[in-house]
Design a protein around this ligand. Sequence first.
Ligand code: FMN
Length: 266
Amino acid sequence: MPENAAVKKITAFVGTPRKKHTYNAVREFLERLEALGGVECEIVALSDYRIESCRGCKTCFAKGEEFCPLKDDRDVLIDKIMASDGVVFASPNYSFQVSGTMKTFLDRLGFLFHRPRFHGKAFTSIIVQGFYGGGKIVKYLSFVGKGLGFDVVKGTVATALEPMVEEEEKKRNKALKKQSEHFHKTLAKPGNHAPSMFMLMGFRMGRQSVRHTLDESEKDYTYYQEHGWLESDYYYPTHLGVLKKAAGWLFDLIFGRIYKARGGKE
Ligand SMILES: Cc1cc2nc3c(=O)[nH]c(=O)nc-3n(C[C@H](O)[C@H](O)[C@H](O)COP(=O)(O)O)c2cc1C
């Protein structure tokens, strides 16, 4: 990062009740990031916050998140993400998935998959496991990160049987070093990257769903309208090459027809 660049704020959200292996891996990652310069880091232990289980009423989708019947720390945590240039989601592997605490947190962010707002921010993940299954969790969290709008850097799986042996620690540190370097580079060039074909397809599919199945009484519709997403190339101004322009046009056409055929409006 250039010496005169503004300091980047990094927040790590940690979904473990213990200050043990996951926490240690996060600290190691953040220390390495700090050594690369130009960052200030905060660790947020999710267990220190009130995060209630989503009741599935979908009021956030239809009317807006401000009408959610749950009164917890969701918005405090979202504000922390908004105030960050980059985030880390870290969790132990529990029953081949993220911990319940992390999943409850992700569910509270559910409406943001409809109305993503973290574009231009970097995201990565750290999973710590006893023996197996972390690779799929990292893939899952990468998918989640992309869905929320982040620039995703592939996460790390660390294996830590009790007690953690020196060999495991060395392997973990090597992976975290590489991850921190990659993350640092991503932080240094935030911007309006052209989306992948998959992300472009997701955007066009979403907007055709909004256009043909919702109306101005729905929050998703007015949000898309206010952000110009019913007409724009993508969530943010970006340069799509000829191929992606053509593919985008085709995605709009195909998904528009699908939603109309399912009874959607013109
Ligand atoms: C309820 C529970 C479920 C677990 N499930 C798995 C699992 O499916 N796969 C695995 O490799 N390790 C599993 N583990 C082991 C933890 O992932 C491992 O001990 C990890 O280091 C815990 O992180 P912590 O030290 O930050 O608490 C499980 C541990 C607990 C407590």
